[in-house]
Design a protein around this ligand. Sequence first.
Ligand code: 0X9
Ligand code: ZN
Length: 421
Amino acid sequence: MRVIWVLATLVVLVNAGTLKDPPKVRYDDYSVHRLSIRNKIQLSLINRLSELSDKFNVWKEYDEHSKQVDIMVSPAASRHFQLLLKLYGISSQLSIPNVQKLIDDEHVSSRDSGTFGWRQYHELAEIYEWLDNIVATYPTVTEEFSIGKSYEGRNIRGIKISHGANKPGIFIESNIHAREWITSATATWFINELLTSQKEEVRNLAESYDWYIIPVFNVDGFEYSHRSNRLWRKTRQPHATSKCIGVDGNRNFDSHFMENNGASADPCSETYAGEDPWSEPETKALADYLTSIKDKFDVYLSFHSYGQWLLSPYGHTAEEFPENYNDLLEIGAAFGSAIKNLVYSTDYVHGSTASVLYVASGSSVDWVFNELNKKVAYTIEFRDKGNFGFVLPPAQILANCEELMAGMVALIDKAHNLKYI
Ligand code: 0X9
Ligand code: ZN
C-alpha cells in the first residue's frame, strides 16, 4: 500500500514539473567586486577565499596587466568580506550589486519573434535545431560533423563550411566554459554571416577558406547553465572522491598539464584540471577529431569571455615565448586595431596568455599549438571588461559579433600576408 502512495506522489511531482526541473540556483544579492591587488599577501588572501566556493567565486583571476581580480561574494559572506578588505588594505569597487537582477534581465530582453536570432541567448536544443535548418538550407556548402558524445551522452556538433575542395582551414571551438554564453551566440552569428553576408570582405573569408566551427563544445555544462546554474563553468562528470562535479575543460588537455600552478588539483576549484589529461570525454573527443583533420587547418581559435583580450601561447609559462611570437603580436595588433576602429571603439589587449593574463596550463589552444604544430592559435576573450561579466546583456550580442567579424577579417588577412595560411 505504502509503495503505491509513494509511486502516486512521484507521478504527481513529475507532472508538476517538480522533479523534471530542479529549482535553479539563485544569486539574489550576490555582488561582484573589482579588487586592486598591490602585493602578494593580498593576492594570497584572495586565493584562499576562492577555495570557499559556496561563499566566493572568482570571475576573473588576477592578471599582471590590470592587477585586478573580479570576485563574486554571497550576501552571507558580505560583511566578513568587507572587514577582510579593510584589514588587508585592499581597495575595491562594486561592479555588480545583484547578480540575480542581471540574470533576470537577461530573460526579459526583446525576444526574437519565433525565429532564431541574436537579440537573445538560446539554449542547446534551439541552437541544434537552427543548425539543422542551416545545413538543410545550404546543402552544397555546408557539412555537419560530430566529434563524439559528452559525458551525459549529448552530441558535440559542428559545421564545416566549404566552397571547394582543400582550401586552408580555420577551426573555431566555442563555449568550452559553460557560462560564457556570448561565445556560442557569436559563433552562430558568424556561421550565419559566412553563409548569407554580401559584404566583400566576408565573402572573401567564406569562399577562400574551409571553416570548422563547434558553436557549443561543453554541451553538458551549457545545458546545466540554462537549466540549473547560470554561472556553471566546468564539465559535468562527477568525481570519485569529491562531492564537487566537473573539470575545467580548458585545463584538461595534455600540454604542460598542471604545470606552474596553471590549474588546480582541487575538484571543487573552477580551474580543476581533472585527475589526468583527457579525463573528460569531451576533450578527448576534440583532440581525436583535431588530430584526424590536422592537415586540413592552419588557424585555431577558442572563444571565451570576458575581458577583451586576444591571447596567444604560451599559457603555461611567462618565462618563454614561442619562436614566432613577434608574428603573433603583429596579428594581434591587427585584430585589436580593426576592432578599435569600429564605432564602439572597444579596446582589446593582445599578448601571450601567461604574460598578459595569468598562467593557464593544459588549455586547448596550447595543445593545438604545441602538439599539432598550428602556429596561429588564439584565445579570444569577448566583451566586456567586468560591468556585466559572464551575464552580458543580450542587447550587446550584435555589437560583440560585429567586433569579432572586424577582428577576424584583420587576423586572417595578416596571417595570410605572413604566409601562415
Ligand atoms: O582561464 C581560461 O581558461 C581563459 N579565461 S576564462 O576567463 N574565459 O576562463 C583563458 C585561457 C587562456 N588560454 C590559454 N591558456 N592558451
Ligand atoms: Zn572561458
